[in-house]
Design a protein around this ligand. Structure first.
Ligand SMILES: Nc1ncnc2c1ncn2[C@@H]1O[C@H](COP(=O)(O)OP(=O)(O)OP(=O)(O)O)[C@@H](O)[C@H]1O
Ligand SMILES: [Mg+2]
Length: 255
């Protein structure tokens, strides 16, 4: 990403400067956590990376090519699982295959294996209403992985979960991403989640977002839940919180 800026113009709010000259490089297979105050431009940044929003100035390239739609090698996970209520868990995972007219029957085995890898073996034929919210999130992660994307973009995927489920999901995600070796962009409001999962944490300033810090997390992998108690982990969290600043009034809490 090179000198990317984004300005929105709306009739009601006029000009809103969301992103201000952000540049960074990401290696294939890196897990990049992104933290910043609410409304600073994190979702905008993810949309620019995946070609859904055009930057006002600056450029984004992936493997030397300018980002352009449609981008097939990207899996998306959002804050809400957004499952189709009338489709079973496995049918939801298979939806992207169906939409792109792929061979659904041959993908069924893979969908089953993905559901098993997110801890949902035996739940394939249940409908979303029969699953807990945490389970629905797991289905949404499996759905994002069905195309075996090179890049996984996650926008506050666990934001609506209670703390315990959230920690469980973070541990699951750690296992999955460490085994899959994908490039991941992971937006979160939780500093500890960002550090636990990330090879790096990009810290954005309040709007217009500048990249205020790019912290390499030198905690060896594979990581486990125990990482949270290590002194280096706590020091990283403190460093990132101080970079974020304490001006949190009116914002969602940064944990
Ligand atoms: N399509 C749009 N049109 C106009 N303004 C927009 C649009 N999308 C985002 N914005 C504005 O850009 C700014 C950044 O929004 P964005 O959704 O990227 O923030 P965010 O960091 O993801 O926030 P949150 O943490 O609350 O999800 C906000 O002021 C928002 O109002
Ligand atoms: Mg957002």
């Amino acid at each position: 990403m090179r000198s990317v800026s984004k300005t929105y113009t709306t009739s009601k709010k006029g000009v809103v400067r969301a992103i201000d000259s952000v540049s960074f490089d990401v290696k294939a297979g890196e897990f990049v956590s992104i933290v910043g105050h609410s409304g600073c431009g994190k979702t905008t940044l993810l949309r620019i990376i995946t070609g859904l929003t055009e930057p006002t100035t600056g450029s984004v390239t992936i493997s030397g090519k300018a980002v352009a739609l449609p981008m097939r090698g990207v899996g998306h996970v959002y804050q809400k699982p957004a499952l189709m209520p009338w489709r079973s868990a496995i049918e939801n995972v298979l939806l992207p295959i169906e939409l792109l007219h792929g061979d659904k029957e041959s993908a069924r085995k893979k969908a089953s294996a993905l559901l098993a890898s997110v801890g949902l073996k035996g739940f394939e034929s249940l409908y979303p209403r029969e699953l807990s919210v945490g389970m629905q999130h797991r289905v949404s992660l499996a759905r994002a992985l069905i195309h075996d994307p090179q890049i996984l973009v996650m926008d506050e995927p666990f934001g609506s979960l209670d703390e315990l489920t959230r920690e469980e999901m973070a541990t699951e995600l750690l296992k999955i991403t460490e085994s899959l070796n994908k490039t991941v962009f992971f937006v979160t409001h939780s500093v500890s989640e960002a550090v636990m999962l990330g090879d790096r944490v990009l810290v954005l300033s309040p709007r217009p977002s500048k990249l205020v810090s790019d912290v390499a997390i030198n905690v060896p992998r594979p990581r486990t839940e125990k990482v949270r108690t290590q002194s280096s982990f706590i020091a990283y969290c403190e460093e990132i919180r101080s970079r974020l600043g304490s001006n949190l009034e009116g914002q969602r809490p940064v944990q």
